[in-house]
Design a protein around this ligand. Structure first.
Ligand SMILES: Cc1cc2nc3c(=O)[nH]c(=O)nc-3n(C[C@H](O)[C@H](O)[C@H](O)COP(=O)(O)OP(=O)(O)OC[C@H]3O[C@@H](n4cnc5c(N)ncnc54)[C@H](O)[C@@H]3O)c2cc1C
Length: 436
């Protein structure tokens, strides 16, 4: 790919920042990452990538990266997804796994393990500079450039800064001009990941680990419990979404208490408690409300928010990481097509291309949760499919790169030759609250 001469600084080496870096490199830009973590750690638990994310991974190193990710991911070809009624434990719907598209595979696995593959690809194969242990203190910009200030006071300059710095984004403060505080949503998730050692000793739970990977969900009133076994049944993972009015912390490492989980599981299928009893430690993650941001772009359009910094997602959408990846693909295409002299228009074009789709996908997190938490069991009896996890074509069959290439010209014109475009705005008229 021909070099564009565009220098990009990315803050944050999560899936959003790494994908943006890899895609910017693919499109010929000159890119570096600054990340506050001093070293790579295998953090987190289960994370999902839809086929629309798999399509992006598949393009890296001729499918080599996707192959590595597959070996770490759940394989539900035989088992599918079994949905149970919470109290009786009966399987009310057995959702079959659709055949994998080799060009757009689906991945579910340990966030830290999958992240390591992508991180190593960016740093070691593509030689993208990733500066670890660099906490970005400040962002700045003027009409011609943008930059960051590191903890030791060093200023780093670029044509574009991408703030892929997660839910507690500092870049968001500069873009919005205020601190966007999260609000309680009334829900939280307990999450755990552990080896199958105790599970295989217990006849009540051994079946989940002895015959390959499994995925089961128990749906109750305002609660759902998802349990999976991964890597040929060797690792176990569960997440339980429940009512929680406590105060908020958007942290992944806040510890949870098993006694609290047991209380929620009173009167449930005893299999759930038998699984939870094997858990050595768990995370208590409060789900918070954030209003959709009015913009992802700074005043001079040299700083762009990307991924969770721009639009955090509910876990029930299973699309947070994938949408962050789609952002990375889109901005890389927009910058290539616009060229170095049109960076601000490239950022505006990116936002126009992405904004409505992101909002629509975000909403699916709420609709799926509400569909499960307010289940009408008589309806499920008549139509078991109605309780299945929605796999919507418009989300999963999407090709972010092709879409960006196709949508670019018309959208870009809006910002460079507004006189030649009709007055229709591509942005929604005003923000409405969303749960994240
Ligand atoms: C430690 C961790 C564990 C997670 N575990 C899970 C999980 O188990 N399941 C799941 O579905 N999702 C998990 N997530 C969130 C998930 O990765 C994201 O929702 C999604 O991938 C979008 O990623 P992102 O790149 O936008 O944000 P993130 O993945 O949050 O990445 C943001 C990055 O920016 C860095 N950063 C933040 N501020 C600064 C700063 N001022 N200077 C420099 N660097 C900064 C952070 O250290 C982080 O690496 C986790 C995120 C983190 C950070």
């Amino acid at each position: 790919m021909a070099k564009t001469g565009i220098k990009i600084v990315i803050v944050g080496a999560g899936f959003g920042g790494l994908t943006a870096a890899i895609e910017c490199h693919r499109q010929g830009h000159d890119v570096e990452i600054y990340e506050s973590f001093p070293e790579l750690k295998t953090l987190g638990d289960i994370i999902s990538f839809g086929a629309n994310g798999g399509r992006i991974f598949h393009r890296w190193s001729n499918g080599e990266i996707a192959k590595k990710l597959r070996s770490l991911s759940i394989d539900l070809t035989d088992y599918g997804f079994r949905i149970h009624k919470y109290d009786t434990g009966e399987v009310v719907y057995h959702q079959k796994t659709p055949p994998q598209n080799p060009e757009a595979p689906v991945f579910n696995g340990h966030r830290g393990e999958l992240h390591e593959v992508v991180f190593n690809y960016a740093r070691d194969t593509l030689n993208i500079p990733i500066h670890l242990g660099q906490y970005v203190q400040e962002y700045f910009e003027d009409a011609d450039k943008a930059g960051i200030v590191l903890a030791d006071g060093e200023r780093v300059y670029a044509d574009v800064v991408i703030g892929a710095d997660g839910v507690r984004s500092k870049a968001r403060e500069l873009v919005l001009g205020y601190v966007d505080k999260p609000k309680s949503s009334g829900y939280a998730v307990w999450r755990a990941w552990f080896p199958n050692t105790d599970m295989i000793q217990d006849p009540r739970t051994a079946e989940f680990c002895a015959n390959g990977d499994t995925f089961n969900g128990w749906i109750g009133p305002d609660v759902h419990f998802l349990f999976s076994t991964i890597k040929n049944g060797s690792d176990c993972c569960w997440v339980l979404t429940h009512r929680d009015e406590h105060d908020i912390d958007e942290s992944w490492s806040f510890p949870g208490r098993l006694e609290d989980v047991y209380k929620v599981l009173e009167g449930w299928d005893p299999t759930c408690r038998a699984v939870v009893e094997k858990t050595p430690s768990l995370v208590d993650w409060k789900l918070v409300y954030r209003d959709p941001l009015p913009t992802w772009i700074s005043k001079h359009a040299r700083i762009l928010l990307l991924g969770d910094a721009a639009h955090p997602f509910l876990p029930t959408s299973a699309q947070g990481a994938t949408q962050a990846m789609e952002d990375g693909v889109t901005i890389a295409v927009c910058l290539k097509r616009a060229g170095k002299e049109n960076v601000p228009a490239a950022l505006k074009t990116h936002q126009d291309i992405r904004y409505d789709r992101v909002r629509a996908v975000q909403k699916t997190g709420e609709t799926t949760r509400d569909m499960w938490h307010k289940t009408d069991w008589a309806k499920v009896q008549k139509d078991p499919k109605s309780i299945g996890f929605p796999r919507e074509e418009w989300i999963h069959q999407f090709d972010a790169e092709t879409h960006a290439e196709e949508a670019f010209e018309e959208t870009f014109k809006k910002h460079t030759q507004p006189q030649n475009v009709d007055g229709t705005s591509l942005l929604p008229s005003g923000p409405t609250p969303v749960v994240v």
